[in-house]
Write a protein that binds this ligand. Structure first.
Ligand code: ADP
Length: 319
């Protein structure tokens, strides 16, 4: 094998750059040439390739986002679009591909793999909603960003004895809210995986205030319900001054944490080694402290199970 390509696809996540760096440098170390593909699968279809030398990934390990940029590409969902992508890869003499992204990215990767190009995936998504891996690149950073916001909001919540609803990302997954809530000592967690019971939340808030708590932090994953309606309802049920803070896009960006940089470096290097060993159709996963390869088929169409023990723990610790 002489040449491989690397792309980032789907939603951006902090640490994607560290993964690109690891792929490029490991590949060059092993005597391969590396081609960067701009804007995910759209770049494969449009032939948007750049040669990546050692210096091309200098000074990016600490940067959020992705230097290769990312895009959603509907054309790649059709066989015709993928044929175009394959043709461009053959023209460019690309023999294998590493894709960094989420669930959708691996669906595309599986299709490409079936067409004869070996593909290895790296999980990069802040949502941490990919099954079979403890963590995805970007998750630790977003949790720390949310934690920083909780700490700041807690100052004002305590000073004014207020209830704060903080909306965090997670349309179908409560992973971010659960981890940040456990680490931030939130009073209640409203997650898509758990049936919503606002009366119980209000009772918890009232009980906490009655025993001397000076604030209440309620973390709400965006997919649960309309955050303004929840806030108004809680205000009515508790009779307390209740405010809403929607964290929004500040959660996506920022310099990746050490944990994300290390995970990205290890997964990027391992992906190259697996390709050199002739492996394909797998995603890099972390279990405990070990990097593993999981077949795309085992990931696609499966939902990651929430850690209900952690959810119960967060409830117990906030009594
Ligand atoms: P993520 O990878 O973060 O889940 P998306 O779901 O948007 O993000 O997927 C990224 C890209 O992967 C899509 O824009 C599309 O090009 C490609 N993709 C997603 N699903 C499929 C599929 N079933 N077949 C082929 N390509 C797909």
């Amino acid at each position: 094998m002489k040449k491989i390509a690397v792309l980032t696809s789907g939603g951006d996540a902090p640490g994607m750059n560290a993964a690109i760096r690891a792929v490029v440098r490991t590949a060059i170390y092993h005597g391969l040439e590396v081609c960067g593909v701009k804007r995910g699968y759209a770049g494969l279809i449009n032939g948007d390739f750049i040669e990546m030398g050692l210096g091309s990934v200098a000074d990016i390990i600490h940067r959020g986002g992705t230097i290769l940029q990312t895009a959603r590409c509907d054309e790649f969902r059709s066989p015709k679009g993928r044929e175009k992508a394959l043709e461009n890869m053959h023209k460019k003499e690309i023999e294998a591909l590493i894709t960094i992204g989420g669930d959708g990215t691996f669906r595309g990767a599986l299709e490409l793999n079936k067409m004869g190009i070996p593909v290895v995936g790296i999980p990069g998504t802040i949502d941490n909603d990919i099954p079979c891996t403890d963590n995805s690149i970007g998750f630790d950073t977003v949790v720390n960003t949310v934690l920083d916001a909780i700490n700041k909001i807690r100052d004002t919540a305590t000073s004014h004895e207020r209830v704060f609803v903080i909306e965090v990302m997670g349309r179908n997954s409560g992973e971010i809210a659960l981890a940040a809530g456990l680490a931030g000592g939130a009073e209640s967690l409203l997650l898509p995986e758990i049936e919503l019971d606002l009366n119980m939340v209000a009772e918890n808030v009232k009980r906490g205030m009655a025993r001397g708590k000076r604030h209440s932090i309620i973390l709400l994953a965006e997919g649960v319900a309309h955050s303004m309606e929840i806030t108004e309802e809680l205000s009515k049920l508790t009779g307390l001054d209740t405010r809403l803070s929607i964290l929004g896009y500040i959660q996506r960006g920022g310099s990746p944490t050490a944990l994300d940089r290390i995970l990205a470096s290890r997964m990027g290097a391992e992906a190259v080694k697996r390709i050199l060993r002739g492996e394909k159709g797998i995603m890099m996963a972390v279990s405990g402290n070990e990097i593993k390869g999981i077949e795309f088929e085992s990931i696609i169409n499966r939902k990651k199970k929430l850690n209900y023990d952690d959810y119960r723990l967060a409830s117990i610790l906030s009594i």
